[in-house]
Design a protein around this ligand. Structure first.
Ligand code: 0O2
Length: 221
């Protein structure tokens, strides 16, 4: 390969990666707007934390190679849907579905795929709601439609996933059966905790509604 072709390839690759960064910027802004407005309307924060990343060129190449697809930019765009990724941790399970619905119904967002590992957890216990969303990115000379993977989970699910991720790599992807069983149990405990916290939250809201109704009635007297 000559120097000019190499330069051209580098430019193409940089522009390609930039589109994913722009798509992330757009979705991050959408999530931030929802977070602020939701906080204002409901007086609590449904979103605890948001993080995002663009996959490194090394992991993109590794993934496309392992999946056996052609190694080219169009093939990467077609087959790797998590080059841009956003992870959102919510307070309660109901917030996950509410946020997911709010994102899915935005006019410029196209839903490509939904994987609900909360309704049907992975065999190891992994829980999360995964959305592949496509957003338009307006560039100097064209409009690109770019996919972003959004993982939405509770704090308990996130706690579990980050520990499992560490163990997975610590044992070089072969976790001993005893630890796998313990992780599965921990996932079930996390899920029970989520349900309990949500019930308490609901009860508190109901109480708040009664108290504010009583206050209003008192004022009318
Ligand atoms: P990383 O380092 O987080 O980016 P595909 O993405 O198409 O190859 P799949 O399995 O169909 O594969 O996608 P899926 O199920 O939507 O999962 C993709 C991402 O979800 C993973 O990305 C992880 O971030 C997360 N994930 C899925 N399963 C697990 C799990 O069992 N444990 C943990 N801790 N995370 C999980 P990557 O690319 O694997 O890794």
């Amino acid at each position: 390969i000559d120097i000019n072709s190499l330069k051209k390839l580098k430019m193409e690759l940089t522009r390609f990666m930039m589109t994913y960064k722009f798509a992330l910027d757009e979705l991050n802004t959408k999530i931030d707007i929802l977070k602020q407005e939701f906080h204002y309307v409901h007086e609590y924060n449904p979103i605890e934390h948001v993080s995002s990343r663009v996959k490194s060129p090394e992991s993109i190449l590794k993934k496309i190679y392992n999946k056996g697809y052609e190694i080219s930019l169009p093939s990467i765009k077609e087959n790797i849907k998590d080059i841009a990724g956003i992870r959102v941790t919510c307070s309660f399970i109901s917030d996950i579905y509410e946020l997911s619905h709010m994102l899915q119904t935005q006019k410029d967002v196209k839903v490509i795929e939904i994987k609900d590992y909360i309704k049907v957890p992975k065999p190891n216990g992994y829980q999360s709601l995964h959305l592949i969303l496509e957003v338009p990115v307006f560039l100097t000379d064209r409009e690109e439609h770019v996919c972003v993977e959004v993982q939405i989970r509770t704090i308990a699910m996130d706690f579990w996933a980050s520990l499992e991720h560490k163990i997975y790599y610590k044992y070089n992807k072969k976790i001993p059966q005893r630890l796998m069983n313990e992780l599965k149990e921990a996932a079930e405990s996390a899920s029970q905790l989520d349900k309990k916290m949500e019930n308490i939250h609901k009860e508190m809201n109901e109480l708040k509604a009664v108290v504010s109704f009583d206050d209003d009635a008192q004022e009318l007297k």
